[in-house]
Design a protein around this ligand. Structure first.
Ligand code: SF4
Ligand code: SF4
Length: 426
């Protein structure tokens, strides 16, 4: 980190010792997982810098923005529209929930058999180690799976800034109407908190900022179809994770810049792994920072990851919002249309997701799919069965894995992944 931010963290109410322990663990993990990779694109230096300053410079930027009267909105789910937040000149930040930290404290509020993602949100709050949570003016929880829905009742006792958004569970007309009504309420909450009104101009500007960000990340995704692959799955995942924290304009520019470099690599047939390396698509639960366990094992085992069918990946970033409309209501309709296409496993039935996994498998020239569910995540774990059935019936090899944030099952996961790669090679 470029400066000493201890005072800033103290002012935010962080527990300095616990926070230092988290940063040390993160730094070591980052060194081992990312910086030890060979032949990384030069453009990754920007994302390494962002990660090295993720609790430093970026938080300072947020605090400076607050001093200028802008609001910070933290969220846990890709159903929270960044467009609406930007339209009140707010800043949207993802709350990471990807670390095995403070789980013992979390279990005082939650049953042991709660998924790691939910427990991690409580762990960060109770351990006082997340400067994003503490600097947020609103924290949006969403009624998606039963685990989150009920956990927010408890989280509200710890976090007074919590705002809960209801979400539909079916892709029906009434489901869409519910989503629209909830986005309307959210606009009201944002306008009240920020003291700014959303206008046609501010919303159009916000939509194009987010569309450009999604276009850039889509460009990156398409370049991963090449063999040899010009960027590792780990680095591509990292970029998808940084998507949730960084200034959106700077992020878009940096992604486009690395894409220029990757195009040159492809033209020279230069890759991070040799041509012919087995290519896997990862599908399932979101992988928030610093949840790098599975991709690290996969790429250490002799395969590469060509795409993420995940909310930290293509499920969260595909589809742009239509910019045509001459009123805030018309633009809101476009936003609802875009978000209603997200095929999260909380929807029932959810056939779009099966089609999307198949489509991604083909588009990115994958040789097989690893389905990843967090332990105790019923929506994704149950849905994995139908996905496996459909893909295997079409000759696409699938490996279903269930894991959590601990390191206890690393050996077992490696063995299963190596056997799966052998099956593909065979
Ligand atoms: S998996 Fe579902 S609940 Fe989780 S972030 Fe994605 S859309 Fe939201
Ligand atoms: S991983 Fe599954 S159980 Fe956990 S919050 Fe997401 S949908 Fe809910």
């Amino acid at each position: 980190m470029s400066s000493d931010y201890t005072e800033m963290w103290r002012d935010l109410g962080l527990d300095i010792d616990a926070h230092n322990a988290l940063l040390n663990a993160l730094g070591e993990g980052y060194q081992q997982v990312f910086l030890s990779q060979k032949n990384r694109p030069a453009g990754m230096q920007y994302f390494d810098f962002v990660m090295s300053e993720v609790h430093g410079l970026r938080i300072k930027e947020l605090i400076d923005a607050k001093a200028e009267g802008r609001i910070i909105v933290g969220s846990f789910c890709v159903f929270v529209p960044e467009e609406l937040i930007l339209a009140v000149d707010g800043i949207s930040v993802g709350l990471c929930t990807g670390a095995d930290f403070g789980m013992d404290l979390a279990e005082k509020y939650l049953p042991r058999n709660t998924c790691s993602l939910i427990k991690s949100a409580f762990g960060f709050k109770l351990s006082k180690v997340c400067p994003y949570m503490e600097s947020s003016d609103i924290i949006v929880g969403e009624n998606t799976c039963d685990g989150k829905k009920k956990a927010y009742e408890e989280f509200g006792k710890l976090e007074k800034k919590l705002y809960v958004m209801d979400l539909p569970q079916t892709k029906s007309d009434s489901g869409k109407a519910l989503l629209r009504a909830e986005y309307k309420k959210f606009i009201q909450a944002l306008e009240e908190k920020s003291g700014r009104k959303i206008t046609v101009e501010s919303l159009k500007k916000a939509i194009s900022i987010v569309n450009n960000k999604r276009k850039a990340i889509h460009r990156l995704a398409q370049l991963r179809a090449a063999d040899p692959i010009p960027i590792s799955g780990l680095d591509a995942l990292l970029i998808n994770q940084v998507y949730f924290y960084d200034n959106p304009l700077r992020f878009t520019e940096s992604v486009n810049k690395i894409c220029d470099e990757l195009e040159e690599r492809i033209a020279r047939s230069e890759g991070v792994f040799p041509k012919g390396t087995p290519r896997l698509l990862v599908s399932g639960c979101p992988m928030a920072v610093p949840n790098w366990k599975l991709p690290f094992i996969i790429e250490q085992s002799g395969a590469t990851i060509v795409g993420e069918e995940s909310c930290v990946g293509e499920r969260g970033t595909r589809n742009e919002t239509d910019l045509t409309g001459s009123s805030v209501d018309e633009l809101l309709d476009n936003i609802v249309e875009r978000y209603f296409q997200i095929d999260c496993a909380i929807f029932t039935p959810n056939p779009d997701r099966k089609n999307h996994v198949k489509e991604m498998h083909k588009k990115y020239n994958a040789d097989g799919v690893i389905h990843y569910a967090l332990q105790f995540c019923q929506p994704y774990d149950i849905e994995s069965h139908g996905i496996e059935e459909v893909l295997e019936s079409e000759g696409i090899p699938v490996l279903n894995l269930v894991t959590d944030y601990s390191q206890e099952d690393v050996g077992q996961l490696s063995t299963r992944i190596e056997a799966f790669i052998e099956r593909i090679n065979g």
